[in-house]
Design a protein. Structure first.
Length: 236
């Protein structure tokens, strides 16, 4: 009589191919045959599959082509995302150079609102640049000039919510009020908080015809600096 031998878990594989916590190969095959559109409806799964060496025969799906197609789509999406990031980075770097020119113009100016309204649009490549001011608590503080645009009390906080220093917006709702005659040309604007001690609430309203002139991703730091430069020029 042959001596009983305990089966080794590695050297003696199980009689079926069922995994401890999953369906067997036969069950997977049965399911796929019953649901022929399963992979076609989930192309992302092809990235997790090993490609077949050869596919032939009438009526068989060319899974290799499907896998390659899924990879091409993924590569195309990554390429588009990379181009978008590079374009935004270039636009941000361009804005930094323009901001430097605008600040230099501000340093030699005796009339800040006039410089902002008349010189900055050309220097920054924008359609409209305006310093907007709320009414002061004390009318004696009022230094409104023709180049400035009046705001209703509390409007700065309603636009720059939660204490934000800058907000870049597409198709701004208040374009006519903030950008005046240039409003019809504005596709994107930037609102920048300007804080001057002892003065009413202020903000810079910059309006662009070309949205790339005010990049939303990498352009906020130069814009914050621009607002601080205006505040320093007013306070001097």
């Amino acid at each position: 009589m042959e001596k009983d031998r305990t089966k080794h878990p590695v050297s003696d594989p199980p009689s079926d191919s069922k995994a401890p916590n999953g369906p067997s190969a036969g069950e997977v095959e049965e399911y796929l045959r019953a649901h022929p559109d399963f992979l076609a409806e989930r192309p992302e799964l092809y990235r997790a599959l090993a490609p077949p060496r050869r596919v032939h025969g009438d009526g068989l799906t060319d899974h290799m082509a499907a896998m390659l197609g899924a990879e091409r789509e993924r590569a195309s999406a990554l390429d588009a995302e990379l181009r978008l990031a590079l374009d935004a980075e270039r636009a941000g770097l361009g804005l930094v150079s323009r901001v430097r020119l605008a600040v230099l113009a501000l340093m030699r100016s005796d009339h800040v609102p006039e410089t902002v309204a008349q010189e900055w649009p050309n220097l920054l490549g924008l359609e409209s640049c305006t310093l907007c001011v709320e009414p002061p608590d004390n009318p004696a503080q009022l230094w409104m000039r023709p180049e400035q645009r009046p705001l209703a009390r509390g409007m700065v906080e309603s636009l720059l919510v939660r204490g934000r220093d800058v907000l870049v917006r597409d198709k701004p709702a208040e374009a006519a009020h903030l950008h005046g005659e240039a409003a019809a040309l504005i596709t994107r604007d930037a609102l920048i908080r300007v804080v001057v001690g002892g003065q009413p609430q202020m903000l810079l309203a910059l309006g662009a015809r070309d949205a790339n002139a005010l990049p939303a991703r990498h352009g906020t730091e130069p814009l914050v600096f621009l607002g601080r430069a205006v505040a320093a020029a007013i306070a001097r």
